[in-house]
Design a protein around this ligand. Structure first.
Ligand code: MTE
Ligand code: MO
Length: 271
């Protein structure tokens, strides 16, 4: 009887131990999926911006098929704008590291920081390349101080779809700028304005020299070609690329002048 009792007690203890273990197992099993689900949610959050932007570019792609060359130019510009935005977004993420402290602690962030700084420095200068290696880099502040050479007016625009508009621009008279810096040599025959996205417009010296571009809706207007840094009272932000735009009026009534407005100028080449 004593033996049976002992066996019974031992069996009971074994059962209790086993039951205890499986309970503990369940607790662990419950913990595991909880953690991974929390991680999943975090991952989803991190991916959200990516999903959104890829949707945007899909929408952009759907716009282009079957449209004319002019449209694909615009679409390209818009796509470039989106990728620029994406780049900016990518650069916005490490922004909390902008304080000196974090920068010196983390080499990776230091290089991002330096890149940002050099891009910002590049952006506020206008580069002019000319024959005979007479290259010039002018800062925005220097341009703003050019007194007489500064031109401000409402410019009429007509694009190839027939869309029209008026935009107020302030900038420097391009011909005066080139002349006063002796950048137009006798051999020079053309001026090419090149944008950061590769878009460019080529002009003859005579076209750049001309000071009486018209506005077919305003008989009083006589515009020079200008390099604008301000549009409708607001300066361009160098965060959105080079803050310079070439602006020109119309050669004659009906002249489609808007495509000639080269935005985000990278450089001006005289050859
Ligand atoms: N850098 C750059 N400038 C550009 C273009 C471009 O693709 N890249 N497109 C041109 C064309 S075809 C037009 S109609 C106008 C459009 O100007 P908006 O974007 O201000 O409407 O910009 C012109 N300047
Ligand atoms: Mo255009």
């Amino acid at each position: 009887m004593k033996l049976y009792y002992r066996l019974f007690v031992i069996t009971l203890m074994i059962i209790i131990v086993i039951a205890g273990c499986s309970k503990a197992d369940e607790t662990i099993k419950e913990d595991v999926p909880l953690t991974s689900e929390a991680e999943k949610k975090d991952d989803e959050k991190n991916q959200e911006p990516e999903i959104e932007t890829s949707k945007t570019s899909d929408a952009e792609e759907q716009k282009s098929p079957g449209e004319k060359q002019e449209i694909s130019e615009d679409t390209k510009k818009e796509t470039d704008e989106i990728s620029l935005l994406q780049e900016n977004n990518a650069q916005t993420i490490p922004e909390p590291s902008k304080t000196e402290e974090v920068v010196s602690e983390n080499d990776e962030f230091t290089s991002v920081e330096n890149q940002e700084n050099s891009e910002a420095l590049d952006a506020v200068t206008l580069k002019i390349e000319s024959l005979a290696d007479k290259n010039l880099t002018i800062s925005l502040d220097e341009l703003k101080a050019m007194g007489d050479m500064i031109y401000e007016a409402d410019f009429y625009s007509l694009n190839s779809f027939g869309t029209t508009g008026y935009t107020h621009f302030k900038g420097v008279n391009l011909w005066s700028l080139l002349e006063s810096n002796s950048l137009i040599s006798d051999e020079a025959s053309k001026v090419t304005v090149v944008a950061e996205d590769g878009y460019k417009m080529e002009f003859t010296i005579e076209q750049v020299k001309r000071q009486d571009y018209i506005d077919e809706t305003n008989p009083d207007a006589k515009h020079p070609m200008i390099i604008a840094w301000e549009e409708n009272g607001e300066e361009y932000s160098s965060k959105e690329g080079s803050p310079f735009k070439l602006v020109v009026g119309q050669k004659e009534a009906g002249d489609v002048n808007k495509p000639q407005w080269v935005s985000n100028i990278d450089k001006i080449v005289i050859e």
